[in-house]
Design a protein around this ligand. Structure first.
Ligand SMILES: Nc1ncnc2c1ncn2[C@@H]1O[C@H](COP(=O)(O)OP(=O)(O)O)[C@@H](O)[C@H]1O
Ligand SMILES: [Mg+2]
Length: 271
């Protein structure tokens, strides 16, 4: 088993006077898609910000790609920072920059990349996320919600990171655009062999993408496991969250049991 890509160890986070997380531990493995769910204000975005080094834990530590955030020198931090991409909740495109310039930004900040190379990389990434060449010169105000998400994803992936963070990637999209965007995330994940940490409150997104789910409530991680495992936990938030999805949960459970069964029979055969 390889080393976890992210390790959150006994983290307590106090912001202002409020304790947001209390003694929270969690690892993210290479090539998995982990979703963080929890009620509004339960500390999901703060947990993501801790993983990105944008927030410091009050106690405990966060290790990402082998580096303890807060302990490494700036140059070291810059080096690991290029290995992840982030899609923030509010798209966060620069409204005065064209699609091309928005996506090119991380490459220009990196420096040392020729103009021709930037053009090639940006146009290739735009095509990968399903945008036409002609979209490159548009301004964000000229784009639909789905297109803005695609541009943001292109920018998050322009440096070919190994890790992708998504905060509510489908929030604000209509069901059809949401489904298409989820398919795109899955395609990019497979193609780029990404490890993905995602915050979502959308059950469809969860069922389509995740390997494991972490549930934040009462300042703690109240559940962590596959969907099949998590839906079986008795917790008010979990019960409400998955309410009305009993059939799918049953299917997830079945799939889980089938895996358990096949593992068990394999073990028997080996013995
Ligand atoms: N910089 C901050 N200072 C004080 N409180 C904050 C700060 N950022 C977030 N909070 C509070 O922390 C709690 C968790 O916020 P957040 O992580 O954004 O929750 P979520 O993403 O789960 O909705 C909220 O009660 C929020 O008001
Ligand atoms: Mg949030």
């Amino acid at each position: 088993m390889s080393e976890p890509v992210i390790e959150v160890r006994n983290v307590t986070t106090v912001l202002g006077r409020a304790t947001i997380h209390r003694d929270l531990s969690l690892s993210v493995n290479a090539n998995e898609v982990l979703a963080i769910i929890g009620g509004s204000g339960s500390g999901k975005t703060t947990l993501l910000r801790l993983m990105l080094g944008l927030e410091r834990p009050t106690a405990g530590e966060v290790r990402i790609l082998g580096q303890v955030l807060g302990e490494c020198a700036h140059s070291e931090l810059d080096r690991v920072r290029h290995r992840w991409g982030v899609l923030f909740q509010q798209g966060a495109l620069f409204s005065s920059l064209t699609v091309f310039d928005n996506v090119a930004l991380p490459l220009r900040e990196l420096g040392g990349v020729s103009k021709e190379m930037i053009t090639r990389l940006v146009m290739r990434k735009l095509a990968q996320v399903g945008l036409a060449g002609g979209d490159a010169l548009k301004l964000p105000a000229e784009l639909s919600g789905g297109m803005i998400k695609r541009v943001s994803l292109a920018r998050a992936l322009i440096l070919d990171p190994q890790l992708l963070f998504l905060d509510e990637p489908t929030a604000g999209l209509d069901p059809a655009s949401s489904k298409k965007f989820v398919q795109l995330i899955e395609a990019m994940r497979a193609e780029m062999k990404l490890t993905v940490v995602m915050i979502t409150h959308d059950v469809d997104t969860l069922f389509a993408l995740v390997d494991r789910v972490a549930v934040l409530a009462d300042k703690h991680l109240v559940a962590l496991g596959t969907l099949g495992e998590v839906v079986r936990q008795q917790h008010p938030f979990i019960n409400t969250f998955f309410l009305g999805h009993a059939d799918r949960c049953a299917e997830e459970n079945l799939r889980h049991y089938r895996v358990e069964l096949s593992t068990a029979s394999l073990l028997e055969q080996e013995m």
